[in-house]
Design a protein around this ligand. Structure first.
Ligand code: ATP
Length: 481
């Protein structure tokens, strides 16, 4: 993880927010290559979701009417349990304190809280997995803290307050007066912008269920614990799609979207063994089924996307709170119903981190001088790679640099490509490997004779010659779409 974070900073993928002031916890800035990678992740998602007949796009505002968050349940329920140390006033999230326990203590907690389920022998791995899931959902567990965990800050025992619920929504005010009537929230998810626009999109697009609405946008959560780089941040981007179906059809569409979403990751080069399904056993009262796609990060498995069957809860709640009918009238069958929703919800920034982590590799590779050295390479799928190609004159003489510049300028009408003429060619290849550029095109003395260039493949490091005027189609075949 440290290697990835340091590479991300050194090569301009991700910087700490407001770094010169010491940073702001849970916020990150995307540098020149990071913004390209992030855009490519979003583009890949947007194209997969919207280049079809049955999904429309949307870009709703971040600030919404405060009643939206009452209807959605976020005002009442979007909370994490917290405790304060009465002695030193430090504040902790309950589940984070619990994570600090030894495996043996975690076992005791599981046995204490769920005596029947965890009566027998427990493998350590199973303990850790179960524990992580249970602590975020079980409320009585906060009591266990008093007896098991001393305050990590002052070391005192039994000084924690009762657990209190802390709402994760950021609040601000509209207009000049900062009172309770002017409170609005920075949206903690993009989905509600989709639900409240259900009728607008339906009428404007003349879609009929089954159809979906897709949106990419910023979301904000005042997370108490923001560790693990981009995994859990306070400001992040989501890519959400809500698919509206006739009640009764939701199970079929749920399976459809589960398969489609897993395929998206695999098509972008993720290895199957790095992904797995996590089925939610404990469901929200309105939910019919929920699965997460988890990725194996360097710190362990973590959710990157949730696929949820949400019944007609969302539209019904907005109907109740707004007083506007959210029903669909099918003029062919003369039926009127509130559609059920299948949601696919993925973090753009969290999946950025998954793709970056999955791409990172180090291997011993031959140097030009007959030796070997460590090569760092980001093996991005060409569609995601920030730079699609590098154009390199072998030397800055004999017109090679001029020819290379002409090629680069022509390609830059279509792709992000990088022109680099400084340093030994082997070094320049390594620099491109490190940022994940899939193809390097080198202009050498033969180019001047027959207008061919070498293409060096990042992963295999093999080289072949192609005609210079074929580079564009070579790249289009590999990175477009
Ligand atoms: P977690 O339990 O990991 O906080 P969640 O279950 O609250 O996630 P959802 O509300 O289902 O997450 O959000 C959908 C997706 O949004 C997640 O799969 C994740 O990719 C992304 N996401 C959620 N919270 C954050 C965050 N704080 N930072 C970055 N991405 C996030």
């Amino acid at each position: 993880m440290d290697k990835i974070v340091s590479l991300a900073k050194r090569r301009g993928f991700v910087f700490q927010s407001s770094e010169i002031y010491g940073g702001l916890n849970g916020c990150w800035d995307y540098g020149p290559l990071g913004v390209e990678l992030l855009n490519n992740v979003k583009q890949a998602w947007w194209r997969t979701m919207t280049l079809r007949d049955d999904i429309e796009g949307l870009d709703a505002s971040i600030l919404m009417h405060p009643r939206v968050w009452e209807a959605s349940g976020h005002v009442a329920n979007f909370t994490d349990p917290m405790v304060d140390c009465k002695s030193c006033k430090a504040r902790y999230r309950v589940d984070v304190l619990m994570e600090e326990l030894s495996v043996k203590k975690k076992k005791d907690v599981l046995r204490g809280l769920f005596p029947q389920e965890f009566a027998g022998q427990l493998q350590d791995e199973k303990v850790l997995e179960e524990f992580t899931q249970r602590i975020s959902t079980d409320e009585t567990i906060a009591q266990v803290i008093q007896t098991l965990v001393p305050c990590p800050n002052c070391g005192n025992k039994a000084t924690f307050t009762e657990a209190r619920q802390f709402n994760l929504m950021f609040k601000t005010f509209v207009g000049p007066v900062e009172d309770t009537n002017s409170v609005v929230y920075l949206r903690p998810e993009t989905a509600q912008g989709i639900f409240v626009n259900f009728l607008n999109v339906l009428n404007a697009s003349r879609q009929r269920p089954p159809f979906g609405i897709a949106q990419i946008g910023k979301a904000f959560r005042n997370e108490i614990n923001t560790k693990n780089f981009l995994f859990r941040t306070r400001e992040f981007e989501q890519m959400e799609m809500q698919y509206f179906v006739k009640p009764g059809d939701e199970d079929t569409w749920f399976e459809y979207w589960r398969e489609a979403r897993m395929k998206w990751f695999l098509d972008l080069g993720m290895k199957p063994e790095k992904l797995r399904w996590h089925k939610h056993e404990k469901l929200a009262h309105y939910a019919k089924a929920a699965f997460d796609i988890e990725f194996e990060f360097p710190f362990g498995w973590g959710e990157v996307e949730g696929i949820h069957s949400r019944t007609d809860f969302d539209l019904s709640r907005h109907e109740e709170y707004s007083g506007k009918s959210m029903k669909y009238f099918d003029d062919q069958t003369k039926e009127k119903y509130t559609p059920c929703v299948i949601e696919t919800s993925i973090g753009a920034s969290r999946s950025f981190m998954a793709f970056l982590t999955a791409a990172f590799d180090e291997e011993m590779a031959a140097t030009g001088e007959g030796g070997e050295e460590m090569r760092t390479v980001l093996r991005f799928h060409p569609k995601l790679a920030p730079m699609k190609g590098a154009i390199l004159p072998l030397v800055n003489r004999e017109g090679m640099d001029e020819q290379a510049r002409v090629i680069a300028r022509d390609l830059q009408k279509y792709f992000r490509v990088f022109y680099d003429d400084s340093g030994a060619i082997g070094r320049r290849y390594r620099r491109q490997d490190e940022i994940g550029t899939p193809y390097c095109f080198t202009v050498d003395s033969q180019t001047l004779l027959d207008q061919t260039v070498t293409v060096r493949d990042r992963d295999s490091m093999r080289q072949e010659r192609i005609a210079a005027d074929q580079i564009k189609s070579y790249l289009f075949d590999r990175v477009a779409g």
